[in-house]
Design a protein around this ligand. Sequence first.
Ligand code: ARG
Ligand code: ZN
Length: 844
Amino acid sequence: QTIFLKDYTPPAYLVDSVHLTFRLSPEHTRVISRIAFRPNPDAQSKDFFLHGENLRLFWAKIDGQEVEPEQSLEGLTCAVPDAPFTWEAEVEISPISNTALEGLYISGGMYCTQCEAEGFRKITYYPDRPDVMATFTVRIESDLPVLLSNGNPVAEGEGFAEWHDPWPKPAYLFALVAGDLINHPDRFTTKSGKEVELNIYVRPGDEDKCAFGMEALKKSMKWDEDVYGREYDLDIFNIVAVDDFNMGAMENKGLNVFNSSCVLASPETSTDANFERIEAIIAHEYFHNWTGNRITCRDWFQLCLKEGLTVYRDSQFTSDMRSAPVKRIEDVIALRGRQFREDNGPLAHPVRPASFVEINNFYTATVYEKGAELIGMLKTLVGDADYAKALDLYFDRHDGDAATIEDWLKVFEDTTGRDLSQFKRWYEQAGTPRLSVSEAYEDGTYTLTFKQDTPPTPGQDQKDPRVIPIAVGLLNPNGDEVVPTTILEMTEAEQSFRFEGLAAKPVPSILRDFSAPVILQREVSDSERAFLLAHDTDPFNKWEAGRALARSGLIAMIRDGAAPDTGYLDALQAVVRDDTLDPAFRALAMGLPSQDDLAQTLVDLGETPDPKAIWQAVEVLKQEMAQHMQDLLPRIYAQYQVDDAYRPDADQSGARALANAALALISRMDGGVQAQAQYDAADNMTQQLAALGCLIAAGKGDAAVQAFYQQWKHDRLVIDKWFSLQIMQADPDRAVDTARALTGHPDFAMKNPNRFRATLGALAGHPAGFHHASGAGYALLTDWLLKLDPVNPQTTARMCSAFETWKRYDRARQAMILAQLDRILAQQGLSRDTTEMVTRIRNA
Ligand code: ARG
Ligand code: ZN
């Protein structure tokens, strides 16, 4: 039941065209298929196998003759001619009972599909693998007013619509939507003059939340033309918002389907962070049209081929639309928070995994975010010009292909003449390299010596040295930059780099812009960190210096009971008051390392983390920050109030972020007076939610929590925020009870992944609450995972990663977690998804 990359074989039969007819009905949808097959000349086998799960087969024909296929739980086999033939079949499925949200299902009265990775087999019998590509013609029969599928509309009439997609595609890119929907229309003219009709379809009531997404779509289309030379290739591009969705969104050809939380936006209901994320996800799915759809993946092991590249492209887009340094810092915070954590625990896997049981378990931070970092490193190594050439070659050479990582690296090798076999290790070896540094200075020559080492990960004991692009700049002791950013290309396990002609021993700024996804281990004095925080010209490393300073102070508080570090507080104050710096940057500088980050840092120092003690240290430090800056903060708060009409752009969001960071500290001094004033006056969700968070944290939130609910109970996306904020801001001793009470709220809905995540995901994201010494957090999450698993295995399995850090903790907590993991494994009929996740977590 484990599938291995090394076992890949080409499909026995290829498909030229697919015709599908859907007769929609909630319990009895009929799917009639006509598929033109031909033997694959490159295949080793002639066995005919079609995937199919939970399908009721009425009849099947080959070249018009009825046949009796042999059916199993996974699909069917049948004798077929040794020549091209037509397969026809009629099956029945029940969209209304599909709570797994994979295949064809119903959400809020609308039919929709999610086929990636292997959902098409729940719709009809088909070779459901990405290397089988075909053109699709789809007829939908239903009384619903809006009937959509991939490609261009070709016919429409009373109770039906027909669509044709001229671009061959794998089945995972198939989509169908039917419902009583309202569209927000627009248009886009491509650079070669092609007119494209654009639509965002939503349920009635949401039509005023489409404008921002539409602007983001048009910007994305233009950006992909300008930066990658990629033009859109159909007459129409549709986006649909769906409330029940396992992931963020899906790039189905010409018919992107979105989790409504990732597309619907209005100032009153969405935060600045929501707007930024929505813009990025719209871009991401649109960019997949070339990196994913025109060039797809040969098999699911190659998932990072499309995902890593597309995440990289959407981060470039956001950097261009907003602030590049701010985007980089946000990305690195997320990478360390999720991917480093994954890479450091039992779920560690290579960016291109070598095996899996359930592919849905590999839509991970490693495949996506580390996958994107690998693209960034390649670009750093070959330079911008060769990166552009290599991408042109990739699109030229592989358009229409189901490609591999080997194909991807080959275009870079052919463009640059480089040998990328060592670089390929980044795709094959799991784990985050530790990079240690020592320095020497003598007679004007400064030498940096690096050592790289990657700890073992499950199934991979030995690691080979990787190519690491290390961006370095040098500052002289006055704070002036004497060597601007230089890329050192490290290839050995240990390697030295020399800089000549320096008048004094410089201060190094290493791993600028976070040039590689590694953990830099360097003994740096706090005064040197403060120096870099004040003087580094690289915004990322400037922020990083502040973060490191905060971390070392917090660790000293936790380990040794030290008092908060006044050196840090002074350095931070200087940054916060520096009006020449971007307010968004200053807001980021005011952030502290996450409690999860601190727990891992303690583990790396050989200590057992106590989640409650970590939480307390963070509280004490925040209190000290508030006190230390008590004159400055009200000034900052006042100075960065936005008077203009709300815009979700980088400037305004940066100002609000800084003002709200100040408010969070002010609340600790004034007991929430300012926060209550902001709450009462707020006309946008960013201001309202920030104020509500402060009030809850100050213990003054009861009235506002009730008022917020009354104001927003009609809006499910806002109520998701209401669920999660109460848990996130809860005192560690109250977090589990708060979460438990909310699971009993009439608006809690286990079947809606957004609401489930807003509740149980928020608990898992509150380390001191979730890891409460009583074990109540573990038990509550497990209770709900066991309830959700039969309903929605995919979302259940993803949330098991809450337990992935169990080895960090003391024996009592370990024993309690293991008992819960065993309780999960003991459940009768546990899904393959959850079984794989829990087994991997348990056995490492
Ligand atoms: N390809 C989609 C995206 O990255 C993700 C869909 C994954 N869905 C899943 N069920 N595994 O935008
Ligand atoms: Zn994607």
